[in-house]
Design a protein around this ligand. Sequence first.
Ligand SMILES: Nc1nc2[nH]cc(C(=O)O)c2c(=O)[nH]1
Ligand code: SF4
Ligand SMILES: [Mg+2]
Length: 250
Amino acid sequence: MNNQLTIDHQSDEQLRNSDLNDLQLPMVEIFETIQGEGTAAGERTTFVRVYNCNLRCQWCDTKYSYAPEKPVFFASIKEICHKAASFENRWLCLTGGEPLMHGRKSIALVEALAKIPHVTDVHIETNGAIDLSPFAQLRQEIQPLGQKIRFIMDYKLPGSGEEHRMLTSNFQYLTERDEIKFVIADDRDFERAVDIVENEIGDGKVLFSPVFSSMSAKRLVEKLLKTNLKQVRVSLQLHKWIWDPEARGV
Ligand SMILES: Nc1nc2[nH]cc(C(=O)O)c2c(=O)[nH]1
Ligand code: SF4
Ligand SMILES: [Mg+2]
């Protein structure tokens, strides 16, 4: 497996040295808001939302990021970085859809975003169904720039309908600076999340977040307080409280 990765990565590198940054990616939006979730909640953040997703979660709140919707625009990695840099934020969230599903283009995009000088934190919302090994490898290879890159990896629970797609091998690539997010729709999801935290994960900050439309924050907190999990942080989606929960670009 490692040999295969090395070979793939060498060809990625050759491509990077040519004009990969001129290749186009399908996009949904690039905008500035405050980060609504996770350990960077409240920070002014530039969002880069890439089109398309390899999952179809029941409770997905960004259905406009994949078919039957179309990409809103196409942009080269150079253009994406130019627009993202124009907001002058230290924090940058790469999201989707699933932003890491575009193979070597995704690798090149992550590297290019980490190279924006004033950006100090590139956090990547990834859905748990994409192999993180090439991205973890990139992070190691481009030190010290790699320190800017953080994964916010979802673990999709039964209520999403996509748990069978989870790659638990991804847990090995996460460090204490990364985050593992459990989006919890119901009691069954909660029990499963507790089981995974207790038995399967390694490093990484653990976040429990209620599905906005199906579990109240109060119920989630009350359930958590009945467990012995001291390392779990509850994360609410601030943007759903500040704006209309259906609003885009916020
Ligand atoms: N404000 C705000 N924070 C977010 N954090 C993660 C988001 C996402 O859609 O991935 C998101 C989003 O769409 N808006
Ligand atoms: S992975 Fe994210 S964008 Fe894709 S269907 Fe699930 S919630 Fe929606
Ligand atoms: Mg969202």
